[in-house]
Design a protein around this ligand. Structure first.
Ligand SMILES: [Zn+2]
Length: 327
């Protein structure tokens, strides 16, 4: 098996070269949307494969590969955010990896392995470990049992406990070169590769996601509303936009505010090139302190994208604050 994405080829080779003696605690760090999670899974599979290829990559055909690909390998654990059932019966994603999950993983690595090879624990996103979970894991990271490999994945490695970070061998996965990313997007059938790459800050997997969904239409609707703060009606827009997913809303609003700041401070647009004229006009009118305050709130909100209880009210409050930026 080759690297999951072409821009990961060098990191992939670097990992494979260590297959005989892999780092027992590995941290894959870098921006979101560049394929760190896929790289971590490919690495886990390579370690668990029982008939690896000469370069160390997984064969894709042995029983271990089959189990891995069907999420049933007995020597593999994934620690990730789980779906929860809320008070009103709705499902939502947990905002943290809980201590129970970490304890289960700690117990798991202290058992003997089912097969003769490695045992792998993948933690993704590792920055979502809550403090108790991180502390539980730290104990085994300090002295990992034999043949045990931890792979941590994070877009925000600074949010990890320093004691965890310092235990890990770190591999940085950067943004791919634009030509490589746009070439790959074209091969996936994405027409507007350059604009979508700009919109997603250079991350190809986010660009692909934009191209796939209804999100582009939703984005346009939201931006057309935000383009005229002097005329926007928070109540009716809050009602209209409540169906936009929290992720899409956050993505669109965050980048809009970032562009307003960029226009205001540097005179250039980074993400929303198709709205450059509007941004230039608004950027010059914006109250910088209020804009910074709103952008900071928005950045924090990105950490907790669960559905709030009253979406409409939350959007209304945001829109009122947004309107005041241009008073
Ligand atoms: Zn295999």
């Amino acid at each position: 098996m080759s690297a999951p994405y072409p821009w990961l080829a060098a990191s992939w080779q670097r990992l494979l070269a260590t297959r005989a003696r892999p780092a027992q605690a590995l941290l894959l760090a870098g921006p979101r949307g560049v394929g760190k999670g896929a790289l971590a899974r490919a690495w886990a599979q390579a370690l668990l494969c029982e008939a690896p290829q000469p370069d160390g990559a997984a064969c894709g055909e042995c029983p271990a590969c089959h189990w891995f690909e069907t999420d049933t390998h007995p020597d593999f654990r994934l620690l990730t955010l789980q779906e929860k059932i809320g008070k009103e019966g709705e499902t939502r994603m947990a905002t943290a990896i809980e201590v129970d999950q970490a304890r289960e993983a700690v117990d798991f690595v202290q058992l003997s392995t089912y097969r003769a090879g490695f045992r792998v624990v993948l933690v993704d996103p590792a920055d979502s470990l809550n403090l108790a979970a991180a502390n539980a894991l730290l104990k085994v990271l300090e002295e990992p049992p034999l043949n045990t490999v931890f792979v941590l994945v994070s877009d925000q490695p600074r949010r990890l406990l320093p004691t965890i970070r310092s235990r890990c061998t770190r591999i940085e996965i950067g943004l791919p070169p634009v030509e490589l990313a746009s070439q790959w997007l074209l091969e996936q059938g994405v027409d507007d590769a350059m604009n979508l790459l700009a919109l997603s800050g250079g991350t190809p997997l986010d660009a692909q996601r934009w191209a796939d969904g209804t999100e582009l239409d939703e984005r346009r609707g939201v931006l057309e509303g935000l383009a005229e703060p002097e005329r926007l009606d928070p109540v009716s827009l809050g009602e209209r936009w409540k169906t936009v997913s929290p992720q899409t809303w956050h993505n669109v609003a965050y980048k809009w505010l970032a562009d307003l700041l960029a226009v205001r401070l540097q005179g250039s647009v980074r993400f929303n090139r198709d709205f450059a004229d509007v941004l230039a006009r608004l950027g010059s009118k914006a109250d910088l302190a209020k804009l910074l305050a709103l952008a900071r709130t928005q950045a924090n909100e990105g950490r907790t994208l669960a559905h709030p209880l009253n979406r409409t009210l939350q959007l209304e409050a945001w829109l009122i604050q947004y309107r005041h930026v241009f008073d």
